[in-house]
Design a protein around this ligand. Structure first.
Ligand SMILES: [Zn+2]
Length: 91
């Protein structure tokens, strides 16, 4: 449940993705996404003096996880279709 009242800085945190104020137990502090772009962004934030971790609420975490799973499934389907078409002699 999001904060419907004026957010208290010691009890609420703002989600970096949906920009809603949430209680601390409704999310977690996570590190930036790994990879080349995520690593470069973390270095830039470190030089700017900002913390490398950020708060993301549970709803946004579920959404991101679902999109990541869908992306891997789409990649797997494409690879399977390529292998099947190659076995059938389509290319
Ligand atoms: Zn969120």
């Amino acid at each position: 449940m999001s904060a419907e009242v004026i957010p208290h800085p010691q009890q609420h945190r703002r989600c970096v993705r949906c920009a809603q104020w949430r209680l601390e137990r409704e999310g977690s502090m996570i590190e930036p996404a790994p990879g080349i772009v995520g690593g470069m962004a973390a270095k830039l934030r470190g030089r700017a003096g900002q913390a490398p971790v950020r708060f993301i609420c549970l709803d946004c975490q579920y959404t991101l996880r679902g999109r990541r799973i869908l992306g891997w499934m789409a990649l797997a389907v494409i690879l399977i279709l390529m292998l099947v078409s190659k076995e059938c002699g389509l290319w």
